[in-house]
Ligand binder design. Structure first.
Ligand SMILES: [Zn+2]
Length: 256
């Protein structure tokens, strides 16, 4: 329509009107170009947002899988460390008291004493969590609480790893220091044989046992149990974010 108007004005040689028509055409072209660029940018942004959301979801699914796996695999280690810690306390109580009430010590107590310098369980940062932080993609997660939990988890894992290293410094294998009290008859500590009666008469042994007991207590509670608490807290955050509900008891909740 505007074109027919311009042609008509040309025929009538209405130059002022032609100039106005020309300006109108230019404005219309500019508006169309700007609108096209705007729509193009919006479409590109929507596509980028969609890709980021898909990437975010994929990362969180992987992280959830890894954390659940760590929790499940850590259950035995948590149970074993709690038992060893309990046996060490029972052994120490027996060796420093003579009230006749404490039950006699068992091979399990000897195993705990012989292995009281072993703090070998891994302090593990889930691979996907490490990748999220190393690449900065943690910023793709549009959940501030979860982002904070991930950063806090990594820092706490680093801290308890340092604590485990500190606990291991100058650790004492009692069977090596006191072979006359602990004889190791196989590769595994559960085959060790202890001279409990003689241990009770040796102040030097009981002092070293107390040192190992304190180290193992810190390892069991402040390293392994703390790592487990961190895993379960992160798991709860991931379940919330991914809207996952578990029927199994191997999911967030009390430490097993
Ligand atoms: Zn879950």
């Amino acid at each position: 329509m505007i074109l027919r108007r311009v042609i008509a004005h040309f025929r009538k040689q209405q130059w002022t009107t032609i100039a106005i028509d020309f300006v109108i055409v230019i404005v219309i072209v500019i508006v169309i170009v700007v609108a096209g660029v705007f729509v193009g940018i919006q479409v590109a942004n929507w596509d980028t947002d969609r890709q980021n959301r898909a990437l975010d979801h994929g990362y969180l699914q992987r992280l959830h899988h890894e954390v659940v796996d760590l929790i499940d695999k850590g259950a035995d280690a948590a149970r074993t460390s709690e038992e060893t810690n309990r046996h060490l306390h029972e052994a120490q109580h027996f060796l420093i008291t003579s009230d006749g009430v404490t039950p006699a010590l068992s091979p399990q107590h000897c195993c705990a004493i012989a292995g009281s310098h072993v703090y070998a369980r891994g302090i593990i940062l889930p691979p996907t969590l490490g990748e999220l932080l190393a690449t900065g993609r943690v910023l793709l997660i549009d959940d501030e609480t979860l982002r904070t939990s991930i950063a806090s988890y990594a820092q706490s894992i680093n801290d308890i790893g340092q604590l485990r290293d500190d606990i291991q410094i100058d650790r004492l294998p009692l069977a090596r220091r006191y072979p006359e009290l602990i004889s190791r008859r196989a590769e595994q500590w559960d085959q060790a044989v202890c001279q409990f009666g003689e241990m009770r008469r040796r102040d030097d042994f009981r002092n070293d046992l107390t040192d190992n007991l304190n180290r193992f207590g810190a390892y069991a509670e402040d390293v392994l149990a703390e790592q487990r608490r961190l895993q379960q807290a992160l798991h709860a955050q991931l379940d919330r974010r991914l809207n996952i509900r578990h029927e199994s008891t191997s999911t967030p909740g009390a430490i097993k």
